[in-house]
Design a protein around this ligand. Structure first.
Ligand SMILES: O=c1[nH]cnc2cc3nc(NCCN4CCOCC4)[nH]c3cc12
Ligand SMILES: [Zn+2]
Length: 372
């Protein structure tokens, strides 16, 4: 019987090395969670996602409830079996994607009604229905149903939005089915206002949840405002529980947020960029569409041991991209996921050896790249 537990193993400044124990296995933190929106990490076999070092995936409630449907996935044995991933899965609660993807949505205190962006069918989400869907999926870590406060927002708008999310957090907890090794995370809101972030944290503390995320960021505020907000809002969350920054981010976001005490991340950037010919490397980002790569037989990244970097040249990757070959998207996705996992592993090692500051300096120096 595995209880859900966070082990804090070391700290270096605000950066933390930890381990989350769950019913589906352990997660070494700081951790990056690849996004598996429609029950697949696009273009990747799950075993190859695991090979990159990923120990947990993110699933999207909004997409899966529309297609193939949560009840259908439950009848077929749950999301782990359905997509052949037996490690932890964190599912989001759907609210954020309703607001960014669906049509004709209506928000009330009860929840949101909306029309599917796929076929226009009508759906409803509420704290209770979101908990039911995530339970049907068999999610290891369930996210509370919240409203991501848009940016910018006035203090009053941010307060009203955060307070509704806190009422929804209580309803989420009341509807959540407790199981050993599974967890419900609360989501801190309050935009960029320190007093509102504190009020949100105090409301969440009353629920005594096993983990929390920082919501309402990576919504267009830019890296500096995100970091300035993290500088005060992360410490408001309990230090003995995981802290997850939703939707983040590009590599320099991850380094800066780890140094501000964040343990978990998710972002579509490595996978979406891989399908769009963009590669993240130790010496900065490259776009393989660029003709300058056509005769370059060097590896994409000489510090990476993924298949794209060990078996192929930049010239070949450029050719695949120009030819619109599926393998181009697959190899660049694979590389980007491997790069993100290498970055997280590098930070975990640096924290355990008390050299996170130096790691960050080396990272930023490397990203200046020059001739990459
Ligand atoms: O408060 C939130 N509550 C629940 N889910 C979220 C998801 C979120 N995702 C982002 N940012 C995602 C930014 N992506 C960057 C790459 O391109 C796609 C968007 N911010 C987020 C905030 C929330
Ligand atoms: Zn690689």
């Amino acid at each position: 019987m595995t209880e859900f537990r966070y082990e804090l193993l070391a700290t270096d400044g605000k950066a933390r090395l930890g381990r989350i124990h769950t019913a589906h296995g352990v997660i070494d933190t700081p951790a990056f969670m690849p996004v598996g929106t429609a029950a697949t990490v696009k273009g990747m076999l799950p075993e190859n996602v695991a090979d990159t070092g990923a120990q947990i995936l993110l699933g999207n409630t909004y997409h899966l409830m529309l297609r193939p449907g949560a009840e259908r996935i439950a009848r077929l044995g749950g999301l782990h079996k359905f997509m052949n991933w037996d490690k932890p899965i964190l599912t989001d609660s759907g609210g954020y994607q309703v607001m960014s993807l669906s049509k004709l949505r209506k928000i009330t205190e009860d929840g949101v009604t909306f029309k599917s962006h796929i076929d226009g069918r009508k759906f409803a989400l509420s704290p209770e229905r979101s908990m039911e869907i995530q339970h049907l999926l068999g999610s290891t870590i369930t996210m509370a149903f919240d409203e991501c406060t848009p940016f910018p927002a006035t203090e009053q708008q941010a307060a009203d939005s955060m307070r509704m999310s806190m009422r929804w957090a209580k309803r989420s907890k009341d509807a959540f089915v407790e199981r050993d090794g599974y967890a419900l995370y609360g989501i801190q809101q309050g935009s960029v206002f320190e007093n509102l972030r504190r009020e949100s944290s105090e409301k969440l503390a009353e629920l005594d949840l096993p983990g929390h995320s920082v919501g309402g960021l990576a919504v267009g505020e830019g890296q500096q405002i995100m970091f300035d907000t993290l500088d005060f809002c992360v410490d408001m969350l309990p230090a003995n529980k995981p802290r997850y920054l939703m939707g983040v981010g590009k590599p320099s976001d991850l380094v800066g947020a780890v140094m501000r005490g964040i343990d978990q991340f998710d972002c579509v950037l490595p996978t979406r960029s891989g399908r769009n010919a963009q590669a993240f490397t130790h010496r900065g980002t490259l776009n393989l569409k660029n003709g300058r790569h056509r005769d370059d037989d060097r590896p994409l990244d000489d510090q990476c041991n993924c298949p794209a970097c060990t078996k192929y040249s930049r010239a070949y990757l450029h050719h695949l991209i120009k030819a619109g070959e599926i393998l181009g998207a697959v190899l660049l996705t694979w590389h980007n996921l491997a790069y993100y996992q290498d970055l997280m592993r590098g930070m975990r090692d640096a924290i355990s050896e008390g050299r996170m500051e130096q790691f960050a300096r080396d990272f930023y120096a490397g990203q200046e790249g020059g001739d990459i």
